[in-house]
Design a protein around this ligand. Structure first.
Ligand code: NAD
Ligand code: 3PG
Length: 387
């Protein structure tokens, strides 16, 4: 029986996949797996039992990835599972910035009960007029799951699209419309674009990447859209630029005291992924990742360990070892098995930065004594007997 806990509500479409071998607990200390959306885990003590965290979503800045890796806890996310939901809201964000849709709707509501509203509307509508997206230049910074979808859709809206991503994956490049111009220098986007949308993960290297200097390069008519994370943008500089009419609008999905209610801002309450479809997709992917990890030791879509997969175990036993990526590691734990007269019939070893994992299928079940010896190997962070 595996115990899991949810730190946020997770769609039942995913949770329903869990078999009778899984039990939900509210006691995190009893849980082997955590399912989470945006709840912050940075201040949490990570219990000894915990082996896996699945983020039902893309951004993992709410999870202490290195601390988890050090404790042999594998963190997963669900790449692309909510990308369409975000893409659709980005398009809505551009439309709300292009015309005063909200102002128009508020005016209509303010005239509730007025019998002459239809006539009055014809006089008032000039106040809510705007521009069209077609023919405008859109710059997409970060061409991952969301950025590619936004860029491709914008080409269908008649926009001229520039894309920037120095680390673009082969898969993303394959999916990108040929109509998108790949720029090597992001300042081209800052200087030329009417709409600029950012879709990169929040990391130390991307914090405030839309800096005061970047904002200063933008056209006074520019609209900046941020459906990624608020800390990616120097929002103090942005609010100042909006006030001085140096940019036109800032559309953000992350409410905070710096931006809410400020001139030129349009802020939504972090609802980019809050669609039935995205929530279901994320939950299904996260649950499948957790089940494959707990039952087979396989790692897919990890963000702090390498992916490692040996399918379903057909041998007498399987063990997963999470360890430091240091020289001599493999010989250290294979010696333990050799000394115990246990043959390794299949093995996969992968590394990622400072951390590595090894899956081994063995010809005999491991005794408690052998497991203890594996755990005692210098550099080993976690030993999980799968079978
Ligand atoms: N508003 C929401 O509800 C919502 C929903 C999903 C994701 N997000 C946010 O959006 C981010 C992106 O999501 P995704 O699914 O597209 O992720 P992704 O990992 O598929 O794509 C991120 C892309 O950013 C690129 N990148 C990294 N550093 C860069 C840099 N310095 N300059 C340019 N490109 C860079 C990467 O190469 C990658 O292609 C997430 O990390 C998350 O913070 C928000
Ligand atoms: O990074 C993400 O996937 C989004 O920000 C969605 O977050 P949420 O799952 O809390 O809506």
């Amino acid at each position: 029986m595996f115990q899991y806990t949810c730190l946020n509500p997770i769609s039942h479409v995913g949770l329903d996949l869990l078999t009778d071998d899984y039990k939900k607990t509210d006691d995190i200390n009893a849980a082997e797996a955590v399912l989470v959306r945006s709840a912050s885990m940075h201040e949490m003590d990570l219990p000894e039992n915990l082996t896996a965290v699945a983020r039902a979503g893309a951004g993992v800045n709410n999870i202490p990835l290195d601390k988890c890796a050090e404790q042999g806890i594998v963190v997963f996310n669900t790449p692309g599972a909510n990308a369409n939901g975000v893409k659709e809201l980005v398009i809505a964000g551009m439309l709300f910035a292009a015309r005063d849709i909200r102002g128009g709707m508020e005016w209509v509501l303010s005239e509730e009960g007025n019998a002459d509203i239809a006539k009055l509307a014809e006089k008032q509508k000039k106040n809510f007029a705007g521009t069209e997206l077609s023919g405008k230049k859109l710059g997409v910074i970060g061409l991952g799951a969301i950025g590619v979808k936004v860029a491709n859709t914008a080409t269908h809206l008649g926009m001229e699209v520039l894309g920037y991503d120095p680390y673009i994956s082969v898969n993303a490049a394959w999916n990108l419309s040929r109509g998108v111009k790949h720029v090597q220098d992001v300042t081209e986007i800052y200087k030329e674009c009417d709409y600029i949308t950012v879709h990169v993960p929040l990391m130390d290297s991307t914090k405030k990447m839309i800096s005061k200097e970047a904002i200063a390069m933008m056209k006074p008519t520019a609209v900046v859209l941020n459906f990624a994370r608020d800390l990616l943008v120097d929002e103090e500089a942005m609010v100042e630029a909006l006030k001085e009419k140096k940019v036109r609008k800032y559309v953000s999905d992350f409410p905070n005291p710096t931006t809410v209610g400020k001139e030129g801002t349009i802020v939504t309450p972090h609802i980019g992924a809050s669609t039935e479809e995205s929530e279901d997709n994320c939950a299904v992917m996260a649950v499948n990742e957790i089940m494959d990890f707990l039952e087979n030791g396989n790692i897919t879509h990890s963000v702090n360990y390498p992916d490692c997969n040996m399918g379903i175990c057909q041998a007498a036993g399987r063990v997963l070892i999470l360890h430091k990526n240091e020289k001599g590691m493999i010989s250290r734990y294979t010696t333990v098995l050799g000394d115990a007269d246990i043959n390794i019939s299949d093995m996969t070893n992968k590394s990622r930065g400072e951390f590595a994992c090894t899956l081994m299928d063995v010809d005999a079940a491991l005794t408690d004594e052998v497991v203890e010896k594996l755990k005692a190997v210098d550099g080993v962070l976690r030993v999980r007997v799968i079978k």
